[in-house]
Design a protein around this ligand. Structure first.
Ligand SMILES: Cc1cc2nc3c(=O)[nH]c(=O)nc-3n(C[C@H](O)[C@H](O)[C@H](O)COP(=O)(O)OP(=O)(O)OC[C@H]3O[C@@H](n4cnc5c(N)ncnc54)[C@H](O)[C@@H]3O)c2cc1C
Length: 445
């Protein structure tokens, strides 16, 4: 063979160049995998790695590490690539919009509910959204599928189904009572109006449901949807304000009122009809009930004097707008601690907790609250119980000394846990099954 020295040098240089490129690429992959590995470690420590509801599951044999799923998901660090394959990082932060599912070029992603370790309770529903209790229907996220568009769609379909069983000769006060004023409840209320039903909607909190609790600046991802009495709405990336304004306008235009701050406590079946009991004791009879109650549950109350004052809240919305206020935060879990940390710089915050120390906090919260206490950024009252709330004060009993503390006060935030929505369903006789990792959205290959 007759290879010239020049050729040897050229082949050698090309080979060396390819080797360097390959080496840099492998190092980059390793570095990226290490970063994702570290994120998974933190997610595990903070209890965010294990999914709580809908979440992506990656078929590693089909994944070609295109990264399309990561680019498509606007919620950061739900997915990452480790050793060349996509994997979940903060699975519990997944809100189930399925952007990753649609973006994957090799259909390697499916959306599951629950895992082998942690089951998710779902009610038994037939294809008409009717539960095992004839006449009680369920729509929206409570049924398993998250997302605004799905909730709107299901609310509409559930009413289309239940309307077939309405007997106009019956003399119940209502044809239909809708429980919940989120996307599913709003859509159902509009569709009920379209069908001319005598319907009423009760919301324990604020119109908009979970959407009402979104931060102002959040980009809300959705897709084109059919809103009853409006038609096709082509929204893709929108805001909380735009959505709430849209719903308010259409409800107002059609003279539909959603009754806020009305919690439905009980549903009593009476020979194929129902009595719906509201928190203040009022009872209404109806032929059908549609539960559009979502999955957030109901916050537990303290049951003390003054808890119904306007200044008392069970969640913290827009902390950046709260300034120069005297605030009492009640509770010792992550929600209470995170709210305290968000409020303490611009306000005077007292944290009241009934136990003598915090337990089971996320490590990051534990460190930050200890630091805040040592720097005297908050006033902390352990072993204490809030016993009454007045217009301008809060009365706290310190258990050990049996003393009462009276604090000047503008706002109270109570984080005393909550009741799961499934408990409400069980009390109404609705059958529930625990799902351990069932695929709700998958490609049929
Ligand atoms: C942080 C976060 C971000 C999200 N981002 C998006 C997004 O970008 N795009 C998207 O499509 N989806 C998103 N979602 C999901 C979306 O918000 C939900 O899937 C959707 O709101 C479900 O609608 P729903 O009507 O079924 O339930 P909800 O919106 O939860 O409404 C249920 C309502 O029922 C009320 N209720 C419950 N019990 C009672 C009772 N006993 N009496 C009276 N009222 C009761 C509740 O107070 C609540 O207002 C997000 C969710 C979260 C948590």
């Amino acid at each position: 063979m007759n290879i010239s020295v020049e050729k040897i040098i050229i082949y050698g240089a090309v080979g060396f160049f390819l080797f360097i490129v390959f080496y840099i690429y492998i190092r980059k992959l390793k570095r990226e995998s290490r970063v994702v590995g570290d994120k998974i470690k933190i997610a595990k420590e903070e209890g965010l790695h294990e999914p709580v509801s809908l979440h992506p599951v990656v078929d590693v044999n089909s994944c070609i590490k295109s990264g399309a799923c990561i680019l498509a998901c606007p919620e950061l660090d739900i997915l990452g690539i480790i050793n060349g394959k996509a994997t979940v990082i903060n699975a519990s932060r997944c809100i189930g919009h399925g952007a990753c599912f649609h973006a994957c070029p090799t259909e390697a992603i499916s959306l599951h509910i629950g895992t082998e370790k942690r089951g998710v309770d779902l009610p038994h529903l037939n294809q008409y959204f009717e539960s095992n209790i004839k006449g009680i229907f369920i729509a929206g996220e409570m049924g398993g599928m998250g997302l605004i568009k799905n909730a709107v769609e299901q609310g509409r379909q559930a009413v289309d189904n239940l309307v077939k069983g309405i007997d106009k000769n019956k003399n119940t006060e209502y044809d239909l009572i809708i429980v919940g004023g989120g996307p599913a409840g709003i859509s159902a209320s509009l569709q009920a109006k379209k069908h001319g039903l005598k319907a009423i909607t009760f919301e324990q909190d604020s119109l908009g449901g979970t959407v009402f609790t979104f931060p102002r600046a959040k980009i809300v991802m959705t897709s084109a949807m059919d809103l009853p009495l409006v038609g096709k709405i082509k929204l893709y990336e929108t805001s909380k304000k735009e959505l709430l304004d849209l719903w308010l306008t259409v409800l107002e235009k059609n003279k539909i009122e959603i009754y806020e701050n009305k919690k439905v406590e009980k549903i009593i079946s009476k020979k194929g009809e129902f009595e719906v009991v509201i928190k203040n004791g009022a009872t209404y009879s109806t032929q059908k009930v549609l539960l559009a109650i979502g999955r957030r549950g109901s916050p537990s109350k303290l049951g003390i004097k003054g808890e119904d004052l306007q200044k008392v809240a069970y969640r913290l919305l827009e902390p950046e707008l709260i300034k120069n206020s005297k605030i009492v935060v009640v509770g010792g879990g992550d929600s209470a601690i995170e709210s305290t940390l968000l409020l303490m710089d611009e306000n005077e915050v007292t944290l009241s907790y009934r136990k003598e120390s915090f337990s089971r906090l996320k490590p990051k919260n534990n460190v930050k609250i200890k630091e805040a206490i040592s720097k005297q950024k908050i006033n902390i009252v352990l072993n204490s119980n809030v016993i009454s709330i007045e217009e301008k004060t809060v009365h706290i009993k310190i258990e050990e000394s049996n003393q009462n503390l009276i604090l000047d006060n503008d706002l109270v935030y109570i984080f005393a846990g909550g009741k799961l929505p499934t408990q409400f369903l069980k009390n109404s006789g609705i059958m529930i099954t625990r799902k351990f990792g069932e695929a709700l959205l998958k490609h049929h290959k």
